[in-house]
Unconditional design. Structure first.
Length: 132
């Protein structure tokens, strides 16, 4: 996820991603601790570093990229965005593993749960941009 390769779009001069690096939804910087439970019953703590409607990158200590990919994962996290508290539990699948963490794709049924958090992140981002 962090070592993305892209070609620049000749019209917009912005990166175009393809394959594993292509995203179905906009990604937002997000730093929050989360409780993680893997399919193999292993529980640990991770840190969400970015999030979208469809998934997240979670910094997570793991030892074997091959065995962790395709495992189901349950994540719980809570916080406050611009004085709006939230607590959320999401289920997903680990779709990518790199040295410092995993890429998680949320289950379709759980994406509604994250929608409000994404809206809060977007509102906070818009407020910050207006101040600049």
């Amino acid at each position: 996820i962090y070592n993305m390769k892209s070609d620049l779009d000749p019209e917009t001069d912005k990166p175009q991603f393809s394959g594993l690096d292509q995203r179905a939804a906009s990604r937002y910087e997000f730093a929050v601790q989360c409780s993680v439970r893997l399919e193999d019953s292993h529980s640990t703590v991770g840190y969400i570093r970015n999030i979208s409607l469809t998934g997240a990158f979670v910094e997570l200590a793991h030892y074997d990229n091959a065995s962790i990919v395709n495992q189901r994962i349950r994540m719980f996290f809570a916080g406050d965005i611009d004085e709006n508290p939230f607590a959320i539990q999401l289920n997903g699948t680990i779709v990518r593993a790199v040295l410092n963490g995993v890429g998680v794709q949320f289950r379709l049924a759980d994406r509604e749960k994250i929608d409000e958090v994404i809206k809060l992140i977007e509102q906070e981002k818009a407020k910050k941009e207006q101040k600049v």
